[in-house]
Ligand binder design. Structure first.
Ligand code: F6R
Length: 366
């Protein structure tokens, strides 16, 4: 049932091209310039009249929410707040009938996310779910929703759920952008075409596997690791760090690259591996100067770059290339080598990759 792979996690990492395709099938009609999503179509006014969108989730799903914040604000010009469900529900949040709440959950059973939904409903907000498990509690409790259609995710570490959540949220943002006229027609069509091409580009990103395995050998005995990214790739840095800590038990932290100088830079020495996402379209020059700062303090740099990159190649200890795409879609590609890195390091350390200690696939306790 692992389809020839050693672990479910690796199988699910490799399923991503197909999973993303399954997510947009029937919804993304790139040549017609249409995004079709019944849950949005039937509730369009709610979204168009919303004062803001509040996204609630936990863990990896919260990271997908952070990516969505950049996407919604950039494409559809709707203010977005992203909240840990557990913090949101306990702090007497301001919620009105003009708010749309989007709950993101792979399992659809996360207790805190479910409770946040109930609270928002009581206050009159419109609640939309992005779930993977069909018929799950969250899918039933929300007013409307869109499934990710990623297929069962068995590995405790979330991989294909993350990329398919981002895919669904991107489709929603594009649809709203087109309704509101907040994206130029050329940009809109470019995004549709690029999104359609993502599965092929994820295939290419997966070709980094052998190189990532080699890099993993070098860093498997590290006790710390820092992940840096900016803009759309800041949440990817958080997600990369979460993946490493949960399955390899190496302490890892994700940071927005520009925040490094406000504290974490003090940690950098020759024993500190720093994973930097430095793709061409996201504040590239600024990230390159961060890389220089790390290098001058002897940090070891593993950089995720756009195919054909030159500047970072000269500075970094290791570079892993991913194909070029629109800036807003780059998390779907940059996240792939980070999943593989955590996987290989965990395997080399003899960890139980599919069932890490102390973790459960769905957290139904508060
Ligand atoms: C990380 C992971 C967890 C879940 C979190 C939310 O790899 O799996 O952080 O993302 O427990 O779970 P769902 O999405 O089922 O609500």
């Amino acid at each position: 049932e692992k389809g020839g792979y050693d672990h479910f996690m690796l199988k699910e990492i490799y399923e991503q091209p197909k999973a993303i395709q399954d997510t947009y099938r029937g919804r993304l009609l790139a040549d017609k310039g249409i995004v079709k999503m019944s849950g949005i179509d039937q509730n369009l006014e709610k979204f168009l009249n919303a004062n803001r969108i509040i996204i609630v989730a936990c863990g990896t799903s919260w990271h997908a929410g952070l990516v969505a914040e950049y996407i919604f604000e950039d494409m559809a010009r709707i203010p977005v707040e992203v909240e840990y469900a557990s913090e949101f529900r306990y702090r007497n949040p301001v919620i009105t009938e003009k708010d749309v709440l989007i709950a993101i959950s792979q399992s659809g059973e996360t207790a805190d996310t479910l409770a946040a939904i109930k609270l928002a409903k009581e206050k009159g907000a419109f609640v939309f779910g992005v779930c993977n498990v069909v018929g799950s509690s969250i899918a039933r409790e929300t007013h409307a929703g869109a499934y990710t259609h990623a297929g069962p995710e068995i590995g405790v570490a979330s991989t294909k759920a993350f990329t398919t959540q981002i895919t669904v949220l991107t489709l929603i943002a594009l649809k709203l952008a087109q309704e509101k006229g907040t994206l130029s027609q050329s940009k809109y069509h470019e995004y549709l075409a690029e999104l359609e091409a993502v599965p092929t580009k994820v295939e290419k990103a997966l070709l980094s596997n052998a190189l990532v395995e080699e890099i993993s050998e070098t860093y498997k005995d590290s006790s710390n690791c820092l992940y840096l990214g900016r803009g759309y790739n800041f949440p990817v840095a958080l997600e990369g760090a979460l993946k490493l800590k949960e399955i390899s038990y190496i302490h890892a932290e994700g940071y927005p690259a520009a925040e490094m100088k406000h504290g974490p830079i003090a940690l950098i020495d020759e024993h500190m591996p720093v994973v930097v996402i430095a793709t061409k379209k996201g504040h590239y020059e600024k990230v390159v100067s961060n890389i220089q700062e790390i290098k001058s303090r002897k940090g070891r740099i593993i950089a995720i770059v756009t195919e054909g990159d030159k500047a970072v190649k000269e500075l970094a200890d290791h570079v892993i290339e991913v194909p070029e795409t629109s800036e807003g879609l780059s998390p779907l590609l940059t996240t792939i080598p980070l999943q593989l890195l955590s996987y290989h390091i965990a395997v080399m350390r003899g960890c139980n990759v599919d069932q890490p200690r102390n973790l459960a696939k769905s957290v139904t306790v508060e």
